[in-house]
Design a protein around this ligand. Structure first.
Ligand SMILES: Nc1ncnc2c1ncn2[C@@H]1O[C@H](COP(=O)(O)OP(=O)(O)OP(=O)(O)O)[C@@H](O)[C@H]1O
Length: 287
């Protein structure tokens, strides 16, 4: 299979599934320096997409551009509606209700004296508004989100007393509190033990299977090849994209990560990708 498309992650999305996120010609300049250019990305409902690339490749910046949190140029459509074209996001067009965002764990103010339940409730601020109180529907949504991440028993605990894995679950629940169609996860596995990573991977798979588009950045490349439907290799732009089977060869990884042909990492990626292609039990995920 050779469907890898250099410079374009807009192909290869599940055929027949509706596209929920479309990015065209996206460019971001920060501090006078080009961070992203000519980025094309298309993600369909039901798809778990791994966004991978070396440190500084622009993964977080891409997620933040989709959220309208950094200045960018280009076009972004959410569920077929242009939320950004040319000059930027209008306030009304900010897609915060369709998108759940899980930032890197260190970005959340864990010292803030709130309980788990209250932290998750903040995920619904765009729906509740700052001045109105939360209603029964909001608390139902929070309970449901906490159930999904198996944190209901800790709902009254101050967030500052949680472990790293528990904090990550809170951030996922906070993003799920709005029942978003698109979920953006920025390095959700950093510093987590293997069982917690496996549990969250299963949850992300389930969320995608519920016809959401799930996009996650991940430095565990073998894990990403194992779990994701499709991968987007980013380094300032989209270097390549495709299913794990389509990305079994070393070239796109060498280009994106600057590793040599003899890198053990390439062997490991290739083994898992070929396992996925063959439908071997080791392959995991959805073929
Ligand atoms: N506010 C900013 N001002 C200037 N440059 C920035 C800013 N934010 C990020 N950058 C630069 O943009 C580039 C991409 O950063 P980004 O955090 O998106 O990369 P990343 O792929 O998520 O990296 P990592 O894997 O290390 O988290 C980096 O070179 C970074 O220094």
């Amino acid at each position: 299979m050779t469907a890898t498309v250099a410079g374009d992650a807009s192909t290869g999305a599940r055929s027949g599934a509706a596209t929920v996120l479309q990015v065209r010609d996206l460019a971001v300049v920060l501090g006078g320096r080009s961070v992203l250019e000519d980025v094309r990305l298309e993600v369909a409902e039901g798809e778990l997409l791994g966004l991978v690339g070396p440190n500084g490749a622009g993964k977080t910046t891409l997620l933040r551009a989709v959220l309208g949190l950094v200045p960018s140029s280009g076009r972004i459509s959410i569920t077929g509606q242009d939320v950004r074209s040319g000059r930027g996001y209008g306030r009304a067009a900010r897609p915060t209700r369709s998108i759940g965002y899980v930032p890197q764990r260190h970005e959340f103010a864990w010292d803030f004296p709130v309980t788990v339940e209250d932290a998750v409730l903040t995920g619904r601020v765009t729906r509740i508004g700052w001045l109105r109180g939360a209603g029964a529907q909001d608390y139902r949504a929070v309970r449901h989100a906490l159930d999904r991440v198996e944190m209901t028993h800790l709902r009254r605990r101050p967030v500052g007393e949680l472990s790293g894995g528990q904090r990550q679950r809170v951030l996922v629940a906070r993003a799920l509190a709005l029942d978003p169609r698109i979920l953006l996860l920025d390095e959700p596995f950093t510093g987590l033990d293997v069982p917690t990573q496996e549990h969250l991977t299963e949850l992300f798979r389930e969320l995608a299977d519920e016809e959401r588009a799930v996009i996650m950045t991940n430095h565990d490349l073998v894990g990403a090849v194992h779990a994701c439907d499709r991968l987007c290799l980013l380094n300032g732009t989209v270097v390549a994209s495709g299913t794990p089977a389509e990305l079994a060869g070393p070239e796109p990884w060498m280009t994106a990560f600057g590793v040599s042909a003899g890198s053990p990492l390439l062997t490991a990626i290739s083994e898992v990708a070929r396992g996925r292609a063959a439908g071997a039990p080791d392959g995991g995920g959805r073929a």
